[in-house]
Design a protein around this ligand. Sequence first.
Ligand code: ADP
Ligand code: MG
Length: 315
Amino acid sequence: MDESTLISTYFDRRRDRRKDVILGIGDDAAVLRPEPGFDLVVATDSIAEGTHFPPGIPAAAIGHRCLAVNLSDLAAMAAEPLWCTLALSLPQADPAWVGEFATGLFALADRYAVSLVGGDTVRGPVGATVTILGRVRPEGAVRRSGARPGDGIWVTGHPGDAVAGRLLLAEATHGAAATVLRHRFLYPEPRVREGRLLAGLATAMLDVSDGLDDDLRKLLVASGVSAELDAGELPLSAELRSVRGAQAVECALTGGDDYELCFTMPSSGDARLREVSAHWPVPVTRIGTIVPGSGARWRLHGQPLSIPDTTFRHF
Ligand code: ADP
Ligand code: MG
C-alpha cells in the first residue's frame, strides 16, 4: 500500500471532524480556527537517518533540517511560524553530537523567531520529528486546491541543486560548485518570508520536497486542473549545469529535497510579484501555465518530454 492510500484509508476521517478544523489532512499543513479572527496552522514532518539523509552528515545539518522541512510546509501555506516541539531519537547520548544538533536547530529557529516549547527524547535510530505551529489571517492560508486555467506556474530558487548535492556527499569531487551544491542539500533554506509575501497573490502553493514534477502533480490533482510546462524555462543553477551537465533538467524535475515553493498566480499579479520579489535572495521563475484537464505536459525545445518516475516513495 502506498503512503497516500495508507493515510487516506486509515487516518483521514473527514466525517468526524470538529467544526473548528478549517483544512485537515491533505495539504502542506492543517488550518484550525480556535477563535474567530485567528487561524492556527500546524504541520509535522519527520526525518530519519538512511531515509532523509545519509549517516555521517554533521549533527548541525540534522538539527537544521528537521526544523527547515517543517518551516517549509508553513511557508507553503503563507503562514507565520511561531512555536515548535521536537521529538528526538538517538542511539546514545553523546553531548558533543547533541550540542552541535542544537546549534543547527536554534540558528534557524532564531532567524525566524520560532520558540521550541516541548518535545520528547528517546533511545532509537537517529531521527527527529518536529511539529510546527504558526498563524495566518483568517482565509489567508494558500491551499493546493486554488489553481485555475490561465494561471501562471512559478517556482522559487534553483530546483535540482539539492539532489545533486546529496549525490556529491558520497563523492570526493572538489571545487566551488560541488561545495555550493553540498551546502544546498545539507542546509535547505525554507522560503518563509517569500511564502508569506505570496498570501493574496498565489492561488495555490506547495513546497517542493519530493521533486518538482511529482509535487506539482499533487497541486494539479488538488485543483482539478492540468498544466503545460516548458523545461527550457527551468532556473537551473550554473553549479548544477557544471556538475550534472545534460542531466541537470532531470535533477530539477525529479530530484527531491529542494524545499522551494511552487505556486500558481493569474497574470494580473505579475507586476505585484515583480515588486515583492525584488529583494528575495533567490529568483522566482515562470515555468508554465494551468490549463483545463488533468496531468502535466512538459516540453523541452518544443518536443514533448517524458519524465522518468524516480520519485522516492516510503512504501
Ligand atoms: P508533506 O510532504 O507536505 O510534508 P506528506 O506527503 O508528508 O506532506 O503528507 C500528506 C498529508 O497527509 C499531509 O496533510 C499530512 O499532514 C498528512 N499525514 C501524513 N501522515 C499522516 C498520519 N500518519 N496521520 C494523519 N495525517 C497524516
Ligand atoms: Mg509540503
